[in-house]
Design a protein around this ligand. Sequence first.
Ligand code: SF4
Ligand SMILES: [Zn+2]
Ligand SMILES: [Zn+2]
Length: 331
Amino acid sequence: MECDKCGDDAVLHAAYSGLHLCEHHLCRAVEKRLRRRIREDGLVSDDATPEDPETWVIGLSGGKDSVVLTQILHDVFDRDPRIELVALSIHEGIEGYRDRSLEACEELTEELDIRHEVVSYSEEFDVEMDDVVEKDPEGMAACAYCGVFRRDILSRYAETLDADKLLTGHNLDDEAETAMMNFFEGDVDQIAKHFDASLGPFDSDSDAPTERTREDQDHHVPRAKPLRDVPEKEIALYARFQDLPAHITECPHSSEAYRSEMQELMLGLEEDHPGTRHSIMAGYEKLAALAADAYGGDDADADFGECDNCGSPTARDICRKCNLLDALEAV
Ligand code: SF4
Ligand SMILES: [Zn+2]
Ligand SMILES: [Zn+2]
């Protein structure tokens, strides 16, 4: 098959668009979609100036998604004095898994000359995920603990690093799976939160179904997922063709069984009905905006206070992270 743009050998047939693309044109297409998403979400604020730049913290795990995100953001903003990039990696304390992906992070950030911060659960919380899994005081899946600890680190360090935005490498498949999981669980609150946490635009002159933006979500550093229009497979191909140091193994504690089911379902649907992921997200984003208007937002924010123990924002007296750490200590 030949590339529809230039006639070279095609490396991908994107069934959802009907296009055959060569290596070169696939890579340009990935970059273009990321730049468009940055524009459409209004990610570069009007207040960002060379004298007073914005700091964007990138959650860099060393997997293909965050590595590709970091590389393209660097290519786009390297010579733009309005934006400063900082990469933040987290070591969860998982034997034989995180060390190698951190090497990938180091290699990449050295090559791109991006500031790189590494934070570990052991230094922050005096726990390692391998021990947490062993003790499991709450009878939960590993990822349920890990997600709480990760969110705590990300939001605290985003604050410490004076971040204006926190960017993660979630791709189209990730987001469509999350959308379907929220639907199937009937969790409208979660859909509203999803919009306010990472989907909604930053400025109000986009063509969203509501005026809602994320300007007034002030208890967290706002998040964004600039790769969320790009299918996972294309990100993997990009990493390979650009020879990026991405590390590809699964975490041994990975336990999101429901997500795996969703993934399988989605792949089947996409094969029979190309474009399913895109149409799910197009509809979901509109509904999520309406849900956020109706359910999310300012009233919920009013409940936010500070954890008595660590000062993190929480709706309770003691935050979830401190609860889990207490439970682990009691074992
Ligand atoms: S798969 Fe789960 S346990 Fe492993 S790093 Fe990710 S969240 Fe943590
Ligand atoms: Zn081509
Ligand atoms: Zn706390």
